[in-house]
Design a protein around this ligand. Structure first.
Ligand code: SF4
Length: 199
């Protein structure tokens, strides 16, 4: 059906529509019930907010993760939504496309969630526990440091350096974590120390 409306008629009709909507919004008549019926509940209303840092690159943008599941009751948290943290000084709520897709990264079936080990010369990877992984790392560090730590150079000058092991850290951390990491690594005498931000 074609409706022939003049400009003045259109404005009059639109004005009547706005007035009816406004009256409904203020609680007049059945319009309020109809309006409430089609408004969906806010999907994040009952979620838990957790602040975190995007792990992808050295910018280290702040994110807020929204999850369901009561961890105290043994539930596994299920992340429903991730967005930029508007209070974070680095990104002020913005995220690049990679950061904006973090939810799929977190929930990906192919995501590694536990340490894996491949024996020297081997070709197969095997899952191991975090305890076993940390024990292996500590053992390897201790053996290599005991064998190669240099307390003094040839001139007899104290140098306290360990050149046969390097440490690759992440820049996507807090200042406090970065400070602590730096102190631990340097206190062992490691000089080969870097992260993705090259700082
Ligand atoms: S959101 Fe983008 S720019 Fe920010 S840390 Fe993640 S990958 Fe880097």
């Amino acid at each position: 059906m074609n409706i022939d409306l003049s400009r003045r008629g259109f404005l009059r009709l639109a004005g009547a529509g706005v007035a009816a909507t406004s009256l409904g919004a203020m609680g007049f008549g059945d319009a309020q019930a109809a309006e409430e019926a089609h408004v969906r509940p806010f999907k994040l209303a009952t979620t838990t907010e957790t602040r975190n840092t995007c792990p992808y690159c050295s910018v280290a943008c702040g994110v807020i993760m929204y999850s369901r599941g009561d961890a105290k009751a043994g539930d596994k948290a299920q992340i429903l939504h991730i967005e930029g943290d508007a209070d974070h000084p680095t990104n002020r709520g913005t995220l690049c496309p990679k950061g904006a897709a973090l939810k799929d990264f977190v929930n990906a079936e192919t995501r590694l969630t536990r340490p894996r080990y491949r024996a020297a010369g081997g070709t197969e990877w095997q899952d191991i526990s975090w305890d076993d992984a940390l024990t292996k790392i500590a053992r390897a560090l201790k053996d290599d440091r005991d064998a190669n730590f240099v307390a003094q150079n040839e001139a007899g000058t104290t140098v306290n350096r360990w050149l046969t092991t390097g440490f690759l850290a992440a820049s996507a951390t807090t200042n406090e974590t970065a400070w602590l990491t730096y102190k631990v690594v340097r206190s062992m005498g490691i000089l080969g120390f870097d992260n993705q931000a090259r700082v």
